[in-house]
Write a protein that binds this ligand. Structure first.
Ligand SMILES: Cc1cc2nc3c(=O)[nH]c(=O)nc-3n(C[C@H](O)[C@H](O)[C@H](O)COP(=O)(O)O)c2cc1C
Length: 376
């Protein structure tokens, strides 16, 4: 099952798996898809370490890296990450920091020792994601660089092309897709609102054909709500060159999601997510819990913009990972609506093969409808 794009990238199946976990990247690429490592939580140095590890374990398979350079954010244009962090800190009201401390204390989530705290400003924006892009491009097996939340800057697009690699960008509307294409982006990832993480307002089944219609020859990957081969077949039938998935990989055996957090995902239904600005400052689909409700409540602080809101909450993310039992109700749990069908952990390879098998069955079922003799 190969599309032109899959052939060009040297992969067996047109399945792209976004994940923050290097083990999942390796497992998916080895199974015939393309694992894509989300770089946002890593410093450039940590990213180098992760990619070296992937290079060592992935054999001769390709992979991708995803960075986050939003189209709009506080501190745009800054190149000195340390100075930017100090400048942005000054814009954060103490009230927001106190509110986070109070929420976590109420739930008995312990503190992280001072010397283990991660830095507050992580990979959003050019100051950090620019160097991340350079690192990704220096790794031969990394064939694709994707950018979230905006059109990648011209210098990034140019560098990708100079290295003979391809650049992709996510979008949530046809207008954004047109802007990416005009800037020279090679692959447009159209993510419907049902998807996990930052996401727009338009549903996948409406968005995908709208985007395809403005793209012409530029390939589109369909994202948002793909959790089965039936959904994959629908995307390919509409004209997508492949599927870009995220939520599915949170509950594979290889994922580094703590058991208590995975249990929340297993229990959740498709009704249990919402778009909330409470962690990152931009609308992001996640499980609804006491944290998201607290930020919505009248009289409580309102989320700041990106990246300040994440600077306020980054320590809470880290505490949630370290103490998942205590943080169960105030955990950062980005996931899409397909969470309702993510009910048990499986090896990533099985997920890839099930997607392919069910996609083939679906296209065969459709084919039998076409084959009916009109005289019958
Ligand atoms: C936990 C999680 C974190 C995500 N973080 C990012 C990110 O850093 N960069 C990005 O381009 N997309 C991110 N996404 C979105 C995915 O790339 C993908 O577009 C989305 O998950 C597709 O929809 P699905 O969740 O229904 O499969 C994230 C998704 C999830 C579930």
């Amino acid at each position: 099952m190969q599309t032109d794009l899959a052939r060009k990238l040297g992969i067996e199946f047109p399945i792209f798996a976004f994940t923050h976990c290097r083990d999942v990247v390796v497992a998916v690429s080895k199974a015939g898809g393309l694992g894509v490592l989300g770089a946002v939580g890593f410093t450039p140095e940590q990213l180098e370490t992760e990619l070296d590890w992937i290079d060592e374990h992935i054999g001769d398979r390709p992979y991708g890296v995803d960075i986050v350079i939003p189209g709009k954010y506080e501190g745009m244009g800054a190149t000195d990450a340390d100075k930017l962090q100090e400048d942005l800190k000054a814009l954060i009201p103490q009230e927001h920091r106190d509110f986070v401390q109070k929420l976590l204390a109420e739930h008995g989530v312990p503190e992280i020792p001072e010397d283990e705290k991660m830095q507050e400003l992580i990979g959003f924006g050019t100051a950090i994601a620019g160097p991340q892009a350079d690192i990704a491009l220096s790794h031969d097996k990394c064939v694709l660089l994707a950018n979230a939340l905006g059109t990648p800057p011209p210098d990034v697009i140019e560098k990708v092309h100079e290295r003979g690699k391809v650049i992709a960008a996510l979008c949530g509307s046809a207008a954004q897709a047109a802007r990416h294409k005009a800037a020279g982006v090679d692959i447009i990832i159209a993510q419907g609102t049902e998807g996990g993480g930052h996401t727009g307002e338009i549903g996948s089944i409406v968005l995908w054909p709208e985007v395809l219609d403005v793209l012409g020859d530029t390939p589109m990957l369909a994202a948002g709500g793909i959790g089965s081969g039936r959904q994959m077949a629908a995307a390919l039938a509409m004209g997508a060159q492949g599927v870009w998935t995220g939520s599915l990989w949170l509950t594979v055996d290889e994922a580094d999601v703590p058991p208590a957090q995975m249990a929340s995902l297993f229990e959740a239904t498709s009704k249990d997510t919402l778009r909330s600005r409470s962690w990152t400052g931009k609308p992001c689909r996640m499980l609804r819990n006491e944290w998201t409700e607290a930020w919505d409540q009248e009289g409580n602080p309102k989320p700041l913009g990106m990246p300040m809101q994440f600077m306020v909450t980054s320590n809470a993310v880290q505490r949630g990972h370290r103490y998942p039992e205590q943080a169960k109700d105030v955990q950062f749990n980005p996931v899409g609506q397909i969470v309702g069908r993510m009910n048990k952990a499986r090896p990533a390879k099985d997920v890839v093969f099930d997607l392919v098998e069910e996609c083939i069955e679906s296209t065969e079922r459709l084919q039998t409808l076409m084959d009916v003799d009109v005289e019958d």
